[in-house]
Design a protein around this ligand. Structure first.
Ligand code: ADP
Length: 261
């Protein structure tokens, strides 16, 4: 609470009292703290790969590159870490766009099933690498209004997560449902699950339940924050159901008709 005060005087300059104004600055303080945390997080996330790239390059130049095995191993690390920087910067740029209330949506008529089917070959590659089985139940044609490249990104992020947070031989399913005014796409895995008390926080920027697992699988911690903003820009909702060690479902519901704000 912030308090400011001022005396008040009558016309004859006689003191009559004081006015006290109470400002509730909890919300402002909270926003300021979130901004500071965000800057600290970004700096930390950028620093880690850069330190690693510098360290391994220096070691190579100091003589390690004479050993061919080491040369190859270190170059792989440098490539991986610079890839991580690239994903982080891409996600940061995308997030800063979609966080703006007036961000530019490119709305057109989209065939949802086709959009999902277009993603399958890319997702399948990733699933095969992790030996995760992918099954899609997306028959038919349904036309909705939306930003197709942004919706692709939503489903891509959710599918990548479903695969990353699955164990080997896990199963990931994509289901499609429609009602008169809405379409719902559900992405279900039988992976590690999310503790109930952490579910409300996973859409926050850089919030991760298991930091090591997220980083090892190339996660930036920004995927779900981006998902939430894009779905909300379509006036839709994301619902999460999760049971620890049993699996997780994300249900994305989007109105068929797009309405401007
Ligand atoms: P990340 O890049 O870390 O995956 P996200 O924003 O996409 O970042 O997700 C935030 C966190 O939510 C993840 O770090 C993970 O802990 C949790 N999470 C997301 N999807 C799933 C899932 N399908 N199963 C289990 N945990 C998940």
């Amino acid at each position: 609470l912030e308090v400011t005060g001022a005396p008040i005087f009558s016309e004859e300059k006689r003191w009559k009292g004081v006015v006290l104004v109470f400002h509730d600055i909890t919300e402002l303080k909270h926003l300021e703290q979130m901004r500071k945390d965000f800057v600290a997080n970004v700096s930390h996330e950028l620093k880690t790969p850069i330190t690693s790239i510098r360290g391994f390059s220096e070691t190579l130049l100091d003589g390690a590159m004479k050993d061919e095995k080491m040369l190859e191993q270190f170059l792989h690390i440098i490539l991986r870490e610079s890839g991580r920087l690239q994903s982080l910067i891409q996600d940061l740029l995308e997030l800063s766009k979609v966080e703006r209330e007036d961000f530019n949506m490119n709305v057109e008529e989209i065939d949802v099933q086709r959009l999902l089917n277009d993603l399958l070959p890319i997702v399948k590659q990733h699933a095969d690498k992790k030996q995760v089985q992918l099954s899609a139940f997306i028959e038919g044609v349904t036309i909705i209004q939306g930003d197709s490249s942004r919706l692709k990104q939503v489903f891509m992020n959710l599918l990548t997560n479903a695969i990353n947070y699955s164990e080997e031989n896990g199963k990931v399913g994509i289901h499609f449902q429609e009602s008169k005014d809405y379409v719902t796409v559900s992405i279900t895995d039988n992976g590690v699950g999310i503790p109930e008390e952490e579910v409300p926080r996973i859409f926050e920027r850089f919030y991760r339940v298991d930091k090591a697992r997220s980083r090892n699988s190339g996660g930036t911690g920004l995927g779900l924050a981006i998902v939430k903003h894009i779905v909300e820009a379509h006036h839709g909702t994301v619902r999460v159901e999760s049971v620890i060690d049993k699996g997780t479902s994300f249900h994305v519901e989007i109105p068929k008709k797009f309405t401007e704000n």
